[in-house]
Design a protein around this ligand. Structure first.
Ligand SMILES: O=P(O)(O)OC[C@@H](O)[C@H]1O[C@@H](OP(=O)(O)O)[C@@H](O)[C@@H](O)[C@@H]1O
Ligand SMILES: [Mg+2]
Ligand SMILES: [Zn+2]
Length: 186
């Protein structure tokens, strides 16, 4: 049995890229300042990078799963081009009140449910206690806690941080760009 790896679970919209609202076009995908450099550093520090994103825009009929895949491929290549190889990409296309019937369900993958993180844990052999969940919403924090992630981190780069969110998260930082430094501080 190989050793377990620590991971950084990354929310997408509001954490990696600016949340313009249900982003599904390359032209609207804008990396937040400093996050690519931070991801480079986190890889060097030995963390696996795992993206976990709710994509209810698919269930809502705003864009197709194929469109999401195309954007994801572009994002993945853009990051690889900058020496950031993502170790996993997980997404939830569902919503309980979906316009598109095939995506209408109360799934276990839409954050705050922990399904995406738990799938990654099994598939990538992740050491959850040594891992971090980074996101801009309380739903990200709750998913991390339920999945047994050691440290939950709320960022101020997306949705306005609420008092409830501040209370739930272990750490609150301005941006993913600040995470490597914050981890090194201990
Ligand atoms: O932040 P992640 O999980 O990567 O992705 C979130 C997006 O899929 C969208 O999620 C929606 O929430 P609802 O899914 O409608 O509750 C809204 O917050 C949108 O502004 C946002 O773009
Ligand atoms: Mg988000
Ligand atoms: Zn789902």
């Amino acid at each position: 049995m190989t050793a377990k790896v620590p991971a950084i679970f990354l929310d997408r919209d509001g954490t990696v890229n600016v949340d313009h609202g249900y982003v599904h076009e390359i032209d609207d995908f804008q990396f937040i300042d400093g996050v690519i450099e931070a991801m480079q550093e986190l890889k060097k520090m030995g963390y696996a990078l795992v993206l976990v994103t709710n994509q209810s825009g698919i269930a809502r009929g705003m864009y197709s799963e194929d469109q999401f895949m195309q954007l994801t491929e572009w994002m993945d290549w853009s990051l690889a081009d900058r020496d950031v190889d993502l170790d996993g990409i997980y997404y939830c296309p569902h919503h309980p009140e979906a316009a598109v019937e095939s995506y209408r369900q109360q799934c276990d993958c839409r954050k705050p449910q922990p399904g995406m993180l738990l799938s990654a844990m099994k598939e990538l052999n992740i050491d959850m206690a040594a891992s971090y969940m980074v996101g801009d919403k309380i739903d990200d924090i709750q998913a991390g806690k339920t999945a047994g992630v050691g440290t939950t981190v709320l960022v101020r780069s997306g949705e306005t941080v609420t008092a409830e969110g501040e209370k739930a998260a272990d750490w609150v930082i301005d941006s993913l760009a600040d995470l490597p430094k914050r981890i090194k501080q201990g």
